[in-house]
Design a protein around this ligand. Structure first.
Ligand code: FAD
Length: 474
């Protein structure tokens, strides 16, 4: 191993190779569930060096795990077994000048999402992906997980925002697919294959991303509703009336509101009436000519007339808007501070959200009476973060975590949804995929992996459980 480390150090120089204590901060995943010490951390300076690292690893049979901001929630960005190298693209974070006429920008895979937002702001352009981890998450990691976030219903997930890619394949071959066009049907959609591949098919080194004009006006409201049925009915109406302006349509529960206010300082309740469910609605437009306030006002009035909306407030300042958003975005943090939790990243067709939450609650109470459910998420695209806290007087889940995950995955699948909506499978959910995805689907995925990485050096154990480097050598 010492010889190997020396080879990496010689290849990449002092800035490009970390080992020992220097590599320690890269070894565990965000939720501290997975990870062993890697041989070291390779920090190449350019695409040619990434290619050289992969060739070296390939020659020596070393596992390669790409890591961005390490904020992924499924344990996919660390070495979990065997001799492996972490590949960090943090030195490849250049953000080129945006091409305003073509509404695109070329970005290094190591660029942090927040840095991209900041670089675009003075240009009057936006990259419309936002999530709680944007201060650390990188373009490579967001592509690796095909991240979604709060604006996916309007702008799509990462795969809809990637126009072109540059990727280094397992044997070091460089694929330059840096095309800046939306329409490119010259064969299979290779760039989309890498979106959500979680580092198992190749290393993304650069991307051309799609941009949008910055909004010139914005209307944000927080609403209290009697229950999730009302939230779904209101969501259906506002999507029909204002889909072209709908920048956010988020929901959370009264239990979640209570956790957030209990554990996070300065987060008061801005309405007069508590409800069974809360909806944050935000409309934006890149034109000053659209009567956005009228559109939102008419929709809220309709909701109140129908008895769907109990109470509501419009954000009258940026501080108020940010308060409303924090109430939604701090849901995971409020629950984390409450103690142990189980996270389930579910999606169902949007019209079935209330039905899912109702049935899932019943299922959970059967498996673990008293378990506290905290559903929150994205009303417009059906993505429910169905997170659980233990019963009031318990310190854990009584060993029922696996049964709860399997039961909820089964329910989502039966409703035409998914048990892995926007966080990926990683290592945490491969067993669920083996149970809830058909053998045909799993077989196709295994064959794709085989085609791109026949010796399984790239992030083995992630997405596909069946192949590891050792097995392929037997
Ligand atoms: P990492 O965690 O480092 O890696 C993620 C995966 O991508 C791994 O499999 C890794 O091997 C692979 N990868 C990394 N870089 C590359 C590369 N260059 N080429 C190929 N593969 C690569 N997700 C959502 O979708 N929506 C949300 O709203 C959301 N909110 C979040 C809020 C918080 C507080 C946190 C902690 C996470 C949240 N996430 C959310 C999870 C989300 O997956 C990550 O934030 C993000 O996409 C991962 O980016 P990263 O750079 O940290 O990637």
């Amino acid at each position: 191993m010492a010889d190997l480390a020396r080879e990496f150090a010689e290849l990449l120089g002092a800035k490009g190779w970390l080992s020992g204590d220097g590599a320690a901060p890269y070894s565990r995943d965000w939720l501290n569930r997975y990870g062993i010490a890697p041989i070291g951390v390779a920090r190449p300076a350019d695409t040619a060096e990434v290619s050289a690292v992969l060739q070296l690893c390939h020659r020596h049979g070393i596992i390669v795990v790409p890591q961005g901001g390490n904020t992924g929630l499924c344990g996919a960005s660390v070495v979990a077994a065997g001799a492996g190298v972490i590949l960090s693209l943090s030195r490849m974070a250049a953000i080129a000048a945006p091409d305003r006429a073509s509404a695109s920008v070329c970005v290094g895979a190591g660029a942090v999402l927040e840095a991209l937002h900041q670089a675009l702001e003075p240009q009057g352009l936006i990259f419309p992906l936002h999530l709680g981890a944007e201060g650390s998450a990188t373009i490579g990691g967001l592509i690796g997980t095909n991240a979604g976030g709060s604006h996916a219903a309007r702008y799509g997930m990462m795969q809809d925002l990637v126009l072109g890619l540059e990727v280094v394949l397992a044997d070091g071959t460089i694929w330059n697919g840096l095309r800046a066009v939306q329409k490119d049907n010259a064969g299979y959609q290779l760039r989309k294959l890498f979106c959500g591949a979680e580092g198992t098919l190749g290393i993304v080194t650069r991307a051309i991303l799609r941009l949008y004009p910055a909004p010139k006006q914005r209307q944000t409201a927080l609403l209290a509703l009697p229950d999730m049925e009302a939230a779904v009915a209101f969501g259906t109406h506002i999507r029909a009336e204002a889909a072209d302006f709908l920048n956010g349509l988020e929901f959370f529960s009264d239990f979640g509101l209570g956790l957030t206010m209990r554990h996070l300082a300065g987060l008061g309740f801005p309405l007069e009436t508590r409800g069974g469910a809360y909806v944050l609605v935000e409309l934006t437009s890149s034109s000053d000519l659209v009567p956005l306030a009228d559109v939102l006002g008419a929709t809220l009035e309709w909701g109140m007339e129908q008895g769907l909306v109990l109470d509501g407030a419009l954000a009258m300042s940026e501080a108020q808007r940010s308060h409303f958003w924090r109430l939604r975005e701090e849901q995971p943090e409020g629950q984390r501070l409450e103690g142990p939790q189980l996270k389930h990243d579910i999606s169902v067709p949007p019209g079935r959200i209330a039905e899912f939450i109702h049935d899932a609650d019943r299922l959970c109470q059967t498996l673990l009476p008293g378990v506290r459910i905290n559903p929150f998420g994205h009303l417009a695209d059906g993505n429910i973060h169905f997170n659980l806290s233990p019963p009031e007087d318990a310190t854990g889940f009584d060993g029922r975590g696996g049964d709860l995950a399997q039961g909820l995955a089964g329910l989502a699948t039966a409703m035409g949804g998914s048990f892995a909506a926007e966080h990926g499978l990683g290592r945490a959910k491969t067993a669920l995929a083996d149970t809830h995805r058909s053998p045909v689907e799993r077989g196709l995925m295994a064959r794709i992996k085989q085609a791109f990485d026949p010796d399984a050096y790239l992030n083995p154990g992630v997405i596909i459980t069946t192949i590891t480097p050792d097995q392929t050598k037997e």
